[in-house]
Ligand binder design. Structure first.
Ligand code: SAM
Ligand code: SF4
Length: 442
């Protein structure tokens, strides 16, 4: 979401006639688009602002902008702690960023941290880092109240975008050569709860949206992030299974495997239900890959609770996991809980979790050895050659000319926890999920 907002900020600045500079000291506008999800983001912002102060003294034309979630959270405190900042622009006011910079030039520091979005970031111009893949926001904000999470406080309640607007944007992107879209929302699968289908009282469903985007000509891959497990209904599973362009990858945030901790987190599902969903989805979409988010060291988490998390990880067999050490966020319910877990205990549990998941990721990737997979080429590999991504969202390195946007079939030759090696790149034959060698030859 934050990267998507950054592309829009770059788009606004470019539309305003600005060009990127390589030299920070020469910049007339410097924008920090901040994240507030964990504490180290705060620390980094103030460190960076300190670093910029002497550069601004040398270059008085420089305007410094702090945008995003931390701007929404800290508001006037940013100007108090770093009075050399010119503009503070919250999550709902990105569209005004350029006007605020111009105003700051004439009138001094400006701040817009309004509580309501009038313009979806996707409706703003964009400078995208990738010509073939694009994010499309379908909703902003979140109506849940997970006790660890600052998102509802900085992004506000959920607001869905009209299905027609989403489709118009996807069609426009397809016209520009985009072949893959990722539908974005904090809780994508509660999409539509706050709007109605034009001309009726019916609420659009996320499954409707998936099916509609699947029909857009030119778009060959559709992804979405993040769904909430509790809202992953059968109609979404059916829409995924029946829509050939919807990729076989689901980001399915677990957070904890302990029922007691899930309750404290205010997550509405429990271990057994979560595992049952994973099973049901695997039955409906056999080649599906799962990724997840897990928080270690939530207040009061015992060794027994943590072992429950390990148990779920063992059983669910995620392809990958984003693992986080719990970070207390001001204003959230969990930040006020006693019984914060000591740092060294959190670190030790975190290391055990990462080691377990790396082994499982490797095992899942090894199962693809010898298979043909379709990759969308992203660019040059880190060690030369090319890099692409499978429909199941695995990074693949292979020999060959990196031609971004090309669909290739490759044969997997090697597996690592975080990527695959492959050879024999040839033009992809059709939209297919990862195939057994026999099927590929038929
Ligand atoms: N909407 C998504 C969901 O329901 O799972 C999560 C969005 S959040 C931006 C991404 C991830 O950050 C969460 O899934 C969670 O694992 C992690 N996270 C959020 N707050 C955190 C905190 N206070 N400490 C550590 N990790 C946190
Ligand atoms: Fe945060 Fe996701 Fe929970 Fe919303 S559903 S409060 S974004 S973790």
């Amino acid at each position: 979401m934050n990267e998507h907002d950054s592309e829009r900020i770059a788009g606004l600045l470019t539309a305003g006639g600005m060009v990127p500079t390589e030299e920070l000291g020469d910049a007339e506008v410097v924008v920090f688009n901040t994240c507030a999800i964990r504490e180290n983001a705060d620390n980094r912002l103030y460190g960076q602002l300190g670093h910029l102060r002497p550069l601004k003294q040398r270059n008085p034309r420089m305007r410094i902008v702090v945008a995003g979630c931390l701007a929404q959270k800290d508001q006037g405190r940013i100007l108090q702690r770093a009075p050399w900042v010119d503009v503070v622009v919250g999550t709902h006011a990105i569209g005004s960023l350029l006007d605020l910079v111009r105003l700051a030039e004439r009138e001094g520091p400006q701040m817009d941290v309004r509580e309501y979005t009038e313009v979806f970031p996707s409706a703003l111009p964009a400078v995208r880092g990738d010509r073939h893949r694009a994010w499309v926001s379908v909703s902003v904000g979140c109506d849940n109240r997970c006790t660890f999470c600052i998102v509802p406080l900085v992004r506000g309640p959920q607001r869905s975008r009209a299905i027609g607007d989403v489709l118009a944007e996807v069609q426009g992107l397809a016209g520009q050569g985009v072949v893959e879209v990722t539908l974005l929302g904090q809780n994508v699968n509660t999409y539509g709860r706050d709007i109605t289908v034009p001309g009726s009282s019916r609420r659009p469903l996320f499954a409707d949206l998936l099916r509609a985007v699947n029909e857009v000509e030119g778009i060959r891959r559709i992804r979405f992030t993040s769904p909430h497990p509790a809202h992953f209904t059968d109609d979404v599973i059916a829409a995924m299974a029946e829509s050939e362009n919807v990729c076989e990858h689901i980001h399915f945030p677990l957070q904890s495997g302990s029922d007691r901790v899930l309750h404290l987190m205010n997550r509405s599902y429990r271990q057994a239900r979560y595992l049952a969903w994973v099973l049901r989805i695997r039955e409906a979409i056999p080649e599906v890959a799962f990724s997840t988010d897990i928080i270690v060291g939530f207040p009061g988490e015992t060794e027994g609770d943590f072992r429950e998390t390990l148990r779920v990880v063992e059983e669910a067999r995620f392809d990958s996991a984003y693992t986080f050490q719990y970070s207390p966020r001001p204003g959230t319910r969990a930040a006020g809980l006693e019984d914060q877990v000591p740092k060294e205990v959190v670190q030790e549990r975190f290391d055990r979790l990462v080691a377990l998941q790396e082994g499982i990721s490797l095992e899942r990737n090894r199962a693809l050895q010898g298979r043909t997979v379709e990759v969308l080429v992203e660019g040059e590999g880190r060690k030369g050659g090319a890099q692409g991504r499978t429909r199941s969202n695995k990074v693949v390195h292979f020999e060959g000319e990196p031609r971004p946007g090309e669909f290739l079939d490759v044969t997997v030759t090697g597996a690592h926890p975080h990527h695959l090696d492959a050879r024999d790149a040839r033009p992809a034959r059709s939209v297919t999920v990862d195939r057994e060698p026999a099927a590929a030859a038929s």
